[in-house]
Design a protein around this ligand. Structure first.
Ligand code: BMA
Length: 305
């Protein structure tokens, strides 16, 4: 089997920066937005203190990057004192939004090993200054959250992950996400070889003629992370229209198999530029890679794969 997404090169497109205290250890899991002819990348970085910050870089081609010396988002409150992680970025009605995971000392019960995570939403008018709004939920193991690029029937819609499900949440103001409106979308498939343990959304869902194209990641009992796709109903994304059995991408290169965490490709960005979808991803929680495919091929696979 061949992956549908093809790497643009045998090497990563972004590496840790050895001369920097905050990004010398790992750079991974970037969110990317294409705006007025430039790719803007927001990437998770760890340095000497092992705390995640969000770095920023720009590029004309998505391959060669100019990075900022300073991070654009750093832990600023106790609930994120251990790191701000896995940013996903979208523009809705002229405003930019970043969804990221805040990681900090447990406030009440720990929700993941050692601490608490909170799925946060922040907003910006210029991509540099980010204002925190609110988390989608509190006090549960929930992350991998990302916003749809437009309101649907007046509601902002978020994909999130109340383990082990990918679910949808709805909000009128991006601050209050009523529990009673949350619905499960898709979960691990017990009997399927690659997505049988855990699933979570990748980047912003893509609007196509056949519905919302959702990229997601999953791992199996060996903890190998891979990407798959699903199509959601164009008018009612709570309905899953198709979900192929096989993945579209998986670790193959040495820098995806070995690193900080082995056998991980993890993506927060699948953006359409021209006729192609660009999938930016972390390799082994250590470096950043890029894989591309014609959008039509991914849609065909999502429909018939
Ligand atoms: C998940 C995420 C990612 C990470 C992955 C693999 O839980 O939080 O940040 O890339 O684990 O280690």
């Amino acid at each position: 089997m061949e992956p549908i997404l093809k790497r643009v090169s045998e090497t990563p497109i972004l590496l840790p920066e050895l001369t920097s205290s905050w990004e010398c250890a790992h750079v991974f899991n970037p969110g990317v937005i294409y705006h007025r002819g430039l790719f803007h990348m927001f990437y998770r970085a760890q340095g000497l203190d092992q705390i995640s910050r969000i770095g920023y870089a720009i590029s004309e081609d998505g391959i060669h990057w100019n990075r900022s010396r300073h991070p654009v988002l750093v832990p600023s409150y106790s609930y994120e004192a251990w790191g701000v992680e896995d940013p996903r970025v979208v523009e809705i009605e002229g405003t930019f939004y970043m969804t990221y995971t805040a990681y900090g000392p447990p406030q009440g019960q720990p929700t993941i090993a050692g601490g608490a995570i909170v799925p946060m939403v922040a907003r910006s008018s210029n991509l540099i200054h980010w204002e925190r709004l609110a988390p989608i939920v509190h006090g549960e193991d929930n992350k991998d959250h990302v916003l749809f690029p437009k309101r649907l029937k007046d509601w902002f819609v978020a994909v999130h992950r109340p383990r082990p499900w990918i679910a949808l949440a709805f909000s009128k103001d991006l601050r209050d996400w009523p529990r009673e409106r949350m619905v499960k979308l898709l979960g691990p498939r017990d009997d399927n070889w690659w997505d049988n343990v855990s699933v979570g959304a990748n980047g912003v869902p893509i609007e196509t003629d056949h519905g919302w194209l959702l990229f997601y990641h999953a791992y199996d009992r060996q903890r190998v992370y891979r990407f798959g796709v699903a199509l959601l109903d164009p008018d009612d994304p709570r309905q899953v229209r198709s979900r192929p059995k096989d993945p579209v991408f998986w670790p193959e290169m040495a820098w995806e198999k070995f690193g900080n965490v082995p056998n991980v490709v993890f993506s927060c960005a699948n953006i359409v530029v021209g006729d192609s979808v660009y999938v930016f991803y972390g390799g082994a929680d250590h470096v950043i890679g890029l894989a591309v495919a014609p959008l039509q091929e991914v849609i065909d696979f999502a429909l018939h794969g």
